[in-house]
Design a protein around this ligand. Structure first.
Ligand code: DGY
Length: 319
């Protein structure tokens, strides 16, 4: 029997590409640049499985009129770049890679929180530019994190992993919002009834909800106004959860103290209004970027594909 035809839209870690090639008839994107829309459409027409990432926008137009592909194995946990309803209507199963990137992403959220609190980005820029004049008692003083309150928006796996780091590692109080009851959050933590209540109570707000849908611009001008003046906003979720213009305005007017962002509305372009500010820490979507995690994510995609083509339900089907 011939192997299912699989198109991978970006290069993956070597070990994963090797295993993929053992089981499937694989076409790799040798150039490792994002596919154009018509290339994605072609992929859906030519392959039995297409393996996209967050850089591929798979809107309803790509599925219109039917496609050959029967499964989309997304390399990543977030899938708001895929129109799930349209993919389902066209008969495709969509899978993602939950759980394997929880620790890496929570580590990066903690990195941003600490960098913001301790002005680490400012310090590094000062030193590298030769402007450091030596130790002095008032130099680049940041904010202590122990004893402060972190507010988690979205208490799923990553939110809980972040909360554990904050509570057990750094002695912080935890409050959170989640649209579902979370009876056993794994640490002493208070679930508050609204996002606004969490914003008002927190010294650091860390976003861990999915992007798209009702979460688009969840953190807008009105909600930023609920935050403490001394507070920081951390986003490792999706860029569209934050209204970037409103965030810049809040920073300019010193209505909040700073922000740590790993994700942006129109990646990879990042507004100049953000890159020119000292009070933000900006990273290029590195949440899951450890070698171990990226390998685990790829292997998870393969597990899902194998299940599907062997007639079993893929463990991480999202539709
Ligand atoms: C994820 O897994 O969702 C990462 O953000 C990359 O897509």
């Amino acid at each position: 029997m011939s192997k299912p035809k699989v198109i991978v839209t970006r290069r993956w870690p070597h070990e994963v590409e090797q295993r993929l090639g053992d089981h499937f008839d694989v076409t790799l994107n040798e150039a490792d640049r994002p596919y154009e829309q018509q290339e994605l459409r072609q992929a859906l027409l030519l392959a039995d499985a297409v393996l996209p990432t967050v850089t591929d926008r798979l809107g309803a137009d790509l599925f219109a009129g039917g496609v050959r592909a029967r499964i989309l194995g997304n390399f990543g946990v977030g899938f708001n770049h895929i129109d799930i309803a349209a993919a389902s209507a066209a008969g495709l199963i969509v899978t993602n890679t939950p759980a394997v990137l929880t620790d890496a992403t929570a580590d990066l959220a903690m990195t941003l929180l600490l960098m913001c609190a301790r002005r680490a980005g400012e310090g590094e820029r000062e030193l590298r530019s030769g402007k450091w004049t030596g130790w002095r008692p008032t130099h680049l003083c940041g904010t202590q994190v122990s004893g402060k309150t972190v507010g988690i928006i979205g208490m799923g796996r990553i939110g809980q992993a972040m909360a554990r780091r904050c509570h057990f590692g750094f002695g912080m109080e935890v409050v959170f919002f989640d649209s579902q009851p979370v009876p056993h959050p794994g640490m002493p933590a208070r679930q508050l009834a609204t996002v606004d209540e969490v914003l008002a109570a927190s010294d650091f707000v860390s976003l861990h909800c999915p992007g798209g849908g009702e979460n688009t611009r969840l953190i807008n001008e009105r909600r930023l106004a609920r935050m403490k003046k001394s507070a920081f906003l951390i986003n490792t979720a999706r860029g569209d959860v934050v209204d970037e213009d409103a965030l810049v305005q809040a920073l300019r007017e010193r209505r909040i103290t700073g922000a740590g962002l790993d994700v942006f509305e129109t990646e990879p372009s990042v507004p100049r209004a953000l890159t020119e500010r000292e009070d933000v820490v900006l990273l290029p979507h590195l949440g899951s970027a450890t070698s171990e995690t990226r390998i685990a994510m790829g292997m998870r995609v393969i597990d899902n594909l194998s299940a599907f083509f062997e007639g079993r339900t893929p463990p991480d089907a999202v539709n």
